[in-house]
Structures are given as structure tokens and as C-alpha cells.
Design a binder for this molecule. Structure first.
Ligand SMILES: C[S@@+](CC[C@H](N)C(=O)[O-])C[C@H]1O[C@@H](n2cnc3c(N)ncnc32)[C@H](O)[C@@H]1O
Length: 325
């Protein structure tokens, strides 16, 4: 046991030394417009794009992103907990509290991966319904004539409202792991799994009340196209909500965060998932994503209104929200 611990520690140290070189290589490999890891937010010409710090032809990015998530799918949830020390759960819970969905709401969770947002959505609605039932029971103990008449009219006209969550992801492996998780948690009612590209969603116009994309949009090749699709599939009045890694506002925290990201995350990827490169991509892709203000403007340019954002954990993550008119 002690020997294997020693072996593990030695492996981590060796890997973290290797990381210093890889990080430096990553920085120097970037194009001339980048000054440092956290200021590197430029975009390249029409036919090339970035894959982490690499510049690649546009048609190659989607294939490489697919490979990353195909490789990490089995260890994706464990790695999320390990990398964020479980904090990703709080970010996702906060998203649900901000959304505050009501029974009957229809959610489309794009880049939904292993289903974390959809599960929380269905659970949130279930607890809302429980609360409403309890409240109704309490008021039924001494109902007023008005309440009795209200109950009759809602039961007769609408019946119970069915909420639905659709998890859409381009990667079959991620969805497979998500489905297995849903089965083991006993979640099936109101949930469906669809293979689809955020840039070309396989849904008709005006279908959903809420569109979410959590830690997915930075992987998409044409973010503007994904935003247009979000707008198209939302019902008028529907809400767009995006959780994504963003720019840390406090310089001290930013330094610590950079050190942690570049020194530790690929190491954890190698040790836990046997995959350094995918987690190197993860860290680099975060640095390439537009900051809070820039992304807010992109959402507005797509046609959403009342666009706002909220920083979580000092800007490590931001929640952007907007509405379709
Ligand atoms: C970091 S995971 C996020 C998963 C989940 N939303 C979560 O918060 O745990 C990113 C997901 O985006 C998916 N993805 C990448 N490009 C996509 C695209 N063009 N369309 C749909 N999904 C995409 C990946 O397959 C992967 O499952």
C-alpha cells in the first residue's frame, strides 16, 4: 500500500515536471496575438480555428473535440469531482436555482453529456410539485369557497402538466454513460437522449421553454451558429442559460487558478483517466474562450434580450442568461 502510494506520488511529480514543458510549449506555439495564458482570446481567420492553443482547420476541430470526449466519457464524472473538488455540483445547483423551473417546463440541455443538468432539472420540478401538493393539502384542511372552485377549474381544464428534459449531445459515448447513470438513479420519466450538433439542432422551431448549455459552448466550432440555433428552438419568451468557464477577475486568484490549471489538471487527467492530452485541451480551451463581456455581446448579437451574467467563484465560471422575444 505504502509502496503504491510512493509510486503514485513519484508519478505525479514526474508528470508535473513534464507539464511545465508542455505548458511552455503550448504558450510558445500560440499565434503572435497572444501575450500570456489568460490573455489569449484571439480568433483566427475564416477557415482555421483553435483547438486549445493549437490552430487547426475548422473541419478538424469537431473531430478532435469528439475524440476528447469519447476518450474521457467513462471517467468524465469522476474527473469533474476531482478537478473541481466537487464545486461543479454547486455551480450546477446554482444554475437550477436561478432557472427556478415550474412544472410543465420543457428543457433542452445541449452538450448535455452525462445528464447532470437534466437530472437536476427533473429533481427540482419534482420537489416543486411536492411542495405545491403539500401547500394544497394544508389549504384543503380549511378551504375557502374560492380555493375549492380554483381546484375544480385547474384539475378539469389542464390535468397534470408534464415536464420534459431533452439531453442533446454530439457524442454517443457521453450519452451512453449518461443513460447508464439515469438507469442507476432510477430517472426515466420525462427524460430523453438525442444525438445532435449544437450548430444544427435536430428540433423544430419554438419548442422549448429553456435552453441550457453547461461547459459545452467553448467546444463548439462556430459559437455564433450555436447561439442562432438556441434562439430558433426556444419558444418566444424562452430562456437561454449558459454555464461556462470564464475570466477570473481577481489577479491573485487568477494566478493561483492558472498555476492549478496548468500544473495539476493534466496531471490528474493522466493519473485518474490515463489521458493527459484531453485535460491539457480542457485547460487551454478555457483560456481561449471569450471573457464575460465579450460573450455577453455575442449573445446579444444573436438576438437575445435582457442578457446578464453572474460570476461564480470569482469568475472561474460565469452564468449567462438571456431571453427570446
Ligand atoms: C465538458 S462536457 C459538459 C457536459 C455536461 N453539460 C456537464 O456540464 O457536465 C462538454 C460536452 O459538449 C459536447 N459537445 C462538444 N461539441 C458539441 C457540439 N457541437 N454539439 C453538441 N455537443 C457538443 C461534448 O460531447 C461533451 O459531452
Amino acid at each position: 500500500m505504502a509502496a503504491s502510494m510512493r509510486l503514485l506520488v513519484r508519478r505525479v511529480i514526474r508528470l508535473s515536471h513534464r507539464n511545465i514543458n508542455v505548458t511552455a510549449a503550448g504558450v510558445s506555439a500560440r499565434s503572435g496575438c497572444c501575450l500570456g495564458p489568460s490573455s489569449c482570446r484571439c480568433f483566427s481567420d475564416d477557415r482555421s480555428t483553435h483547438f486549445g492553443f493549437e490552430t487547426v482547420p475548422e473541419e478538424e476541430k469537431a473531430k478532435r473535440v469528439y475524440k476528447v470526449f469519447e476518450n474521457v466519457a467513462q471517467k468524465y464524472d469522476i474527473m469533474n469531482d476531482a478537478m473541481s473538488l466537487g464545486i461543479h455540483r454547486l455551480w450546477k445547483d446554482t444554475l437550477l436555482h436561478a432557472m427556478h423551473p415550474q412544472p410543465g417546463a420543457r428543457l433542452l440541455d445541449v452538450a448535455g453529456g452525462t445528464g447532470d443538468i437534466a437530472f437536476r432539472f427533473l429533481e427540482y420540478i419534482r420537489s416543486q410539485q411536492e411542495r405545491q401538493k403539500r401547500r394544497a393539502m394544508r389549504s384543503m384542511q380549511t378551504p375557502s369557497w374560492q380555493e375549492i372552485s380554483n381546484n375544480y377549474s385547474t384539475e378539469d381544464e389542464d390535468g397534470p402538466q408534464e415536464s420534459r428534459a431533452v439531453v442533446c449531445d454530439i457524442n454517443k459515448e457521453m450519452l451512453k454513460v449518461g443513460k447508464q447513470k439515469a438507469d442507476s438513479l432510477g430517472i426515466s420519466a420525462g427524460l430523453s437522449w438525442v444525438v445532435g450538433d449544437a450548430e444544427e439542432l435536430p428540433f423544430d422551431d419554438d419548442q422549448f421553454d429553456i435552453y441550457t448549455i453547461a461547459f459545452g459552448i467553448r467546444n463548439v466550432t462556430h459559437i455564433d451558429q450555436a447561439l442562432q440555433e438556441a434562439l430558433r428552438v426556444l419558444k418566444p419568451g424562452g430562456r437561454f442559460m449558459c454555464l461556462e468557464f470564464s475570466k477570473v477577475t481577481n489577479p491573485v486568484l487568477a494566478r493561483l487558478y492558472d498555476a492549478y490549471s496548468f500544473q495539476m489538471i493534466p496531471v490528474l487527467g493522466e493519473v485518474i483517466a490515463g489521458d493527459w492530452k484531453s485535460y491539457q485541451y480542457l485547460v487551454e480551451s478555457i483560456r481561449k474562450f471569450p471573457d464575460q463581456e465579450e460573450f455577453k455581446h455575442m449573445i446579444e448579437d444573436a438576438g437575445f434580450y435582457s442578457v446578464q451574467y453572474y460570476n461564480f467563484t470569482g469568475g472561474v465560471v460565469a452564468l449567462h442568461s438571456g431571453f427570446k422575444l
